[in-house]
Design a protein around this ligand. Structure first.
Ligand code: FES
Length: 102
């Protein structure tokens, strides 16, 4: 069963960028976007690179290894060689804390 778990203080997030958060062995990428916060698995599902080292613009994260790209709002691939939807998580903010549903 899923539960909301504290992730990181909102103030600790990089503004309009991606922030890596280690959650007990699970590494997440949290994105601050013009339409709110989103989160995904940090590792690219194409070749395992760390998306948090990639380039982030608006709603799109570009992988640092082969430049595959994903829309962080729903995880869909938007640039080759990424072809599979990435794993995303529900995110919310409560009392200044970013929470993820896991
Ligand atoms: Fe990310 Fe290849 S590892 S596009």
């Amino acid at each position: 069963e899923k539960a909301w778990v504290d992730l990181i203080p909102r103030d600790a997030l990089e503004k309009a960028w991606v922030t890596r958060v280690d959650l007990g062995g699970r590494v997440l990428a949290v994105y601050d976007t013009p339409s709110g916060l989103f989160a995904s698995a940090a590792l690219c599902n194409h070749g395992g690179a760390d998306l948090c080292d990639g380039y982030f613009d608006g709603h799109v994260i570009e992988c640092p290894l082969h430049q595959g790209a994903f829309d962080v709002r729903d995880g869909r691939p938007v640039g080759a060689p990424a072809v599979r939807r990435m794993l995303t998580y529900e995110v919310r903010e409560r009392g200044g804390m970013v929470q993820v549903r896991i």
